[in-house]
Design a protein around this ligand. Structure first.
Ligand SMILES: Cc1ncc(COP(=O)(O)O)c(C=O)c1O
Length: 390
């Protein structure tokens, strides 16, 4: 194994993949695994999608990187498309490019504070939610509502308050004159697949209006088609001033974006924030192709149809097997509650050559590529049935 030379920050499964095609990954012996992890919500178009290969080839023949000191055509085209597909296009919004989810959230946090300092207001506090996950760098980690991830890392940046998810009353009490933003994942993904109630969303929108705080929606896992729409916050009617995106955004390459509305964009000037690689031409050209495919109505309809098929199949499995509970989720982020240790179920699924994930402490998380077919879903359910029997 690679444990002699790779820092031990990940628990790795001992399978060496040599290639992938669609929803499948293959090891060196040619054994196929149905990939319901999508590289943790990255490979929306599956593996080796011809349009992605073509985009990478085409852009790599021009240039890979030119820095943010010059206008970058793939970046401009990507921003135009992204803005046109979200409400930010109508709000004269702008895009800040980076490379990952945690960086997109760092930018959101910094822009929020800059916005209020630009207005001469001393608001700095950001309210986020228990169980949330926003990334591993210090700002995003401070925003994350999981204390165990912060242990041993010393002082976190100040100014973050964590409130119980779906507790509208607690949120009302927490918002005050120092509140700069309410920051949320439209669906809490890694922390347990938690859907917001209608009342909770209504309260967030009302608090934004009443207190003048901003709303930051972290679309990193659920946006870009996974929820069955491009924007999950818009699907749920969350009125966000800032949205953050990564994972599937670059068509498999590292790409992140922070979308901001006009009033926030007006508070920024050259030198306020930056990153060398952010929005590099290769990732943007590739991401644009992915975005064009994913945003087609027929593509998103398939996400919703496969979601309904998978959910119905999981509900049947939950009835059949002891120790399984409710099905949670939206679109193609679905989870099944389990009384058995999730780690054991993941190993059992792997033995059936199905790759799955964990969410929270007791949920088996399924994140298939958005291109999965009816027969892929059938096959995955068959494999899970066998795994749950073992
Ligand atoms: C909702 C959400 N936000 C932020 C992140 C952090 O993204 P990255 O790992 O690209 O930094 C993740 C990653 O799992 C996520 O699911």
């Amino acid at each position: 194994m690679d444990s002699k030379i790779i820092a031990p920050t990940y628990a790795k499964a001992n399978i060496r993949f040599v290639k992938g095609k669609g929803a499948w990954l293959f090891d060196s012996k040619g054994k196929g695994y149905l990939d319901f992890t999508s590289g943790i919500a990255v490979n929306a178009l599956g593996h080796s999608h011809p349009a992605i290969i073509k985009a990478i080839k085409k852009q790599s023949e021009k240039f890979l990187h030119i820095s943010n000191l010059f206008p970058n055509e793939p970046q401009i085209k990507f921003a135009q498309k992204m803005l046109s597909l979200t409400k930010f296009g109508k709000e004269k919004g702008k895009a800040f490019f980076c490379n990952s989810g945690t960086e997109a959230n760092e930018a959101a946090i910094k822009f929020t504070r800059k916005y209020f300092s630009g207005k001469g207001e001393k608001r700095t506090e950001i309210i986020t939610f228990i169980h949330s996950f926003h990334g591993r760098t210090y700002g995003s980690l401070a925003a994350t509502g999981q204390e165990k991830l912060k242990e041993g890392f010393g002082l976190m940046p100040a100014g973050f308050k964590h409130v119980e998810w779906n507790n509208a009353e607690a949120l009302k009490k927490a918002v005050g004159k120092n509140t700069a933003a309410i920051m949320l994942e439209p669906v809490v993904a890694e922390g347990g697949i938690l859907i917001p109630s209608k009342k909770f969303i209504k309260t967030i929108n009302e608090l934004r209006k009443q207190s003048g705080c901003l709303v930051i929606a972290d679309e990193i896992q659920m946006g870009m088609g996974r929820c069955g729409a491009i924007s999950c916050s818009e699907l749920y009617g969350i009125n966000a001033d800032i949205t953050t995106w990564a994972k599937a955004l670059g068509g498999g390459l590292p790409l992140g974006i922070t979308l901001i509305n006009e009033k926030i964009a007006e508070c920024l000037k050259p030198g306020d924030h930056g990153t060398t690689f952010g929005g590099n031409p290769l990732a943007c050209a590739t991401g644009l192709v992915a975005l064009e495919i994913i945003s087609k109505a027929k593509f998103l309809a398939n996400v919703r149809e496969r979601s309904a098929q998978l959910r119905a199949g999981l509900e049947a499995l939950a009835k059949k097997h002891a120790g399984l509970g409710n099905i949670r989720g939206e679109g193609l982020l679905l989870g099944i509650e389990t009384e058995k240790p999730v780690a054991d179920l993941i190993v059992a699924c792997r033995k059936q050559s199905l790759l799955v994930l964990r969410a929270g402490t007791n949920v088996l998380r399924l994140l298939p590529p958005l291109v999965i077919t009816k027969s892929d879903v059938k096959e995955a359910l068959k494999k899970m049935d066998a795994a749950f029997n073992s």
